[in-house]
Write a protein of this length. Structure first.
Length: 339
């Protein structure tokens, strides 16, 4: 069964900082979850949601910290912001920023984890984390609460405080520690996980507002969201291969890098879609070669070049494998069918 797509690897960095800050080694933890450490160099590559959840759980278990997500969020810095953080910082007001993040949240997390609800004179910033393990759910949910509080601090340059923090899960650590970090009353085992804030606080202008930068970030997020909504990896590979065939060797590592993922990740995703890189390359070459062979005015050497073959003999062997005939035999047979 195909794994559920998950977040960009960029969201792993604060978690890794939370591990190394305790003098612990993060690479074995990544590898135990089936994540290649070199994938972290590809910030827009994605990790299946269930793998991401498993990483959160193992990280919390490794540190022995019941408030691991809360403590990771406590030490977030502006440089850790991704496209969602930049969207908030450059928006005219806090509310505008949150609404933009809601619109493009799937660009980073590939899930709708944030929403904004009105309740009388208050606004509820809701955030969720899916999963089965209480420790993993608590870590992710508390981390997401801290993300919002930190960004609200950066946007307003104020000591931003929520009126109250509510969590669906039970408290796993000391209640006083939650209130120290969240700086507001905290309740557990509630109907929703949310921050309660005043409407006035979200109408404050962002001190970093910049219409031109905001427009740039929004256009960037919109392009990535459009790419994300095309869920077929094989379609993306085919489009990329079509642009490469007549420019030299088409190799899996290079195509994988262009699609912001490792070669192993690309192989795995294509396998989930019932194909492979070599099968797709062969199929595309076959499609192009036979199409051009059916056009009597296209030279065989030109067809071999367009289809990405190293030489005419390699092209001839491939045509014989596909059709049982030489290129000229196939062309003559097709021409006779037309008459």
């Amino acid at each position: 069964m195909e794994a559920t797509r998950g977040p960009c690897v960029s969201v792993f960095r604060p978690i890794i900082f939370g591990i190394t800050g305790r003098g612990l080694e993060w690479r074995p933890l990544l590898e135990s979850c089936g994540i290649e450490p070199e994938l972290l160099a590809e910030p827009e590559a994605r990790i299946p949601a269930e793998v991401f959840d498993r990483f959160w759980l193992k990280a919390a278990e490794l540190t022995g910290d019941p408030c691991f997500g809360l403590h990771v969020g406590e030490h977030l810095r502006p440089l850790a912001a991704n496209i969602l953080g930049y969207l908030m910082l450059s928006s005219p007001t806090v509310r505008d920023g949150i609404e933009r993040v809601m619109r493009y949240q799937r660009v980073v997390f590939d899930a709708e984890w944030l929403s904004l609800m009105e309740q009388g004179s208050s606004l509820l910033i809701r955030f969720e984390a899916a999963g089965a393990e209480p420790l993993q759910i608590a870590a992710q949910t508390e981390y997401r609460a801290m993300i919002m509080l930190k960004i609200l601090d950066w946007v307003t340059a104020l000591d931003f405080r929520a009126g109250e923090a509510r969590f669906r899960h039970p408290a796993l650590g000391e209640h006083s520690e939650y209130e120290r970090i969240l700086r507001c009353p905290v309740k557990f085992e509630c109907k929703e996980s949310e921050l309660v804030v005043s409407k006035a606080s979200l109408d404050q202008p962002s001190l970093h507002a910049n219409p031109e930068i905001a427009r740039f970030h929004e256009e960037h997020a919109a392009r990535h969201l459009a790419d994300l909504e095309d869920q077929s990896t094989s379609r993306k590979v085919k489009t990329h291969l079509m642009s490469l065939l007549d420019r030299g060797p088409c190799e899996l590592p290079g195509v994988a890098r262009s699609l912001y993922m490792s070669a192993r990740t690309l192989q795995r995703r294509l396998a989930h879609e019932g194909t492979s890189f070599n099968a797709m390359l062969d199929s595309l070459r076959r499609e192009l070669s036979l199409h051009h062979l059916e056009q009597v005015d296209t030279a065989l050497a030109e067809i071999a070049y367009v289809a990405g073959f190293s030489d005419s003999s390699a092209f001839s062997r491939a045509v014989r494998r596909w059709t049982g005939k030489t290129p000229l035999e196939y062309r003559r047979l097709h021409a006779s069918k037309k008459t």
